[in-house]
Design a protein around this ligand. Structure first.
Ligand SMILES: [Zn+2]
Ligand SMILES: [Zn+2]
Length: 333
């Protein structure tokens, strides 16, 4: 039985500090899934080692860095603007072709097929930091040891457990969309494309297979791993360290972590996001760098996106943790 299927009482009884009921049980995922996930996690570190040895004394080729940056931006925005803000939260509407392009770009980020990604993430919002959350760093309680173990679980460990999220329950809209079902089915092929593209580009640009190989290492494997760890850090670090300027639901401990803002394309303003989940901008305060929101604004100007949920100043003000009304609520008046 997964934690999600546990009786509702278990989840309601949660006190916000102890381990989740059944937290110590870890039914492992199937062997094939564990093997594949382990390969996806470990392989890039070998790739990094090989790439560093090859680059020793001569540096990394500019071509490889530009290809890596380009693919990082395209696949990263596919995840943040496409998977997350558009498909999970419906924070704007997009032209049908743009929806597909974003879903394909996000799939190339090696983070699971689009329908599963959306289902897991909606479940995370439904049960944030309480029993039922697929990747909460508070799973093992709030003591130091439990917290460290929870961080490892939220970052990576959860991918190795058999805790299926029902797409029928959490993403029926996407299951009813034949195009999204097709993109989800194409996930393995899109992952292969995500690695083949840099290899072919590197080969074509340098005219040598060696150029293809180094592009494959830097703009393929290492780029994929960097984006994965940044996304996973939003699940782990952005619920543990950082500031909480905005009020969220009970038990929800999401935080804003500014150093990750640029690499995560604005997703590390995670407290702002959990406070206003369907808002197209996660950096709700002035000066909070949010490249995904800038891209949505650009799509809006080009006429490709509409019905964008931009922040409402009065509403945001009321969501502030130190707002007088909130202070009264917190004080129990
Ligand atoms: Zn979260
Ligand atoms: Zn979200």
């Amino acid at each position: 039985m997964t934690i999600f299927e546990r009786p509702v009482k278990d989840r309601l009884d949660y006190d916000g500090a102890s381990s989740f009921p059944g937290a110590k049980e870890h039914p492992p995922a199937g062997r094939a899934q564990v093997g594949l996930t382990a390969a996806i996690v470990i392989l890039p570190f070998f790739a990094l080692g090989v790439a560093i040895v090859l680059a020793w004394g001569q540096g990394v080729a500019l071509t490889d860095l530009l290809l890596a940056a380009g693919l990082y931006v395209v696949t990263g925005l596919g995840v943040t603007v496409g998977f997350h803000r558009l498909l999970t939260h419906g924070s704007f509407a997009a032209r049908p072709w743009l929806r597909v392009v974003l879903a394909i770009a996000g799939s190339m980020g090696f983070q699971g097929n689009v329908i599963d990604w959306v289902a897991v993430h909606r479940r995370h919002h439904a049960f944030t930091d309480r029993p039922g959350d697929p990747h909460s760093p508070y799973r093992y309680g709030t003591g130091l040891r439990g917290q460290l173990r929870g961080l490892a679980h939220a970052h990576l460990g959860w991918l190795f457990t058999d805790d299926q999220t029902s797409a029928e329950r959490y993403a029926p809209d996407l299951l009813a969309d034949p195009t999204m079902v097709r993109v989800a089915r194409a996930f393995p092929a899109l992952c292969a494309l995500s690695l083949a593209l840099p290899f072919l580009a590197g080969w074509a640009i340098t005219g040598t297979l060696y150029g293809g190989l180094t592009a494959f290492l830097w703009a393929g494997l290492i780029r994929v791993a960097l984006l994965q760890h940044v996304t996973w850090s939003v699940n782990s670090l952005c619920h543990v360290i950082g500031s909480r300027p905005f009020k969220t639901r009970r038990h929800d401990r999401s935080t804003n972590v500014w150093p990750l803002a640029l690499l995560s394309f604005g997703e590390s303003w995670h407290n702002g996001h959990h406070s206003e989940p369907s808002c197209a901008r996660h950096g709700l305060d002035r000066g909070q760098l949010d490249p995904s929101a800038a891209v949505i604004r650009l799509f809006e100007r080009l006429g490709w996106a509409g019905d964008v949920h931009w922040p409402d100043a009065d509403r945001i003000q009321r969501r502030r943790a130190d707002h007088p009304q909130q202070a009264r609520v917190l004080a129990g008046d």
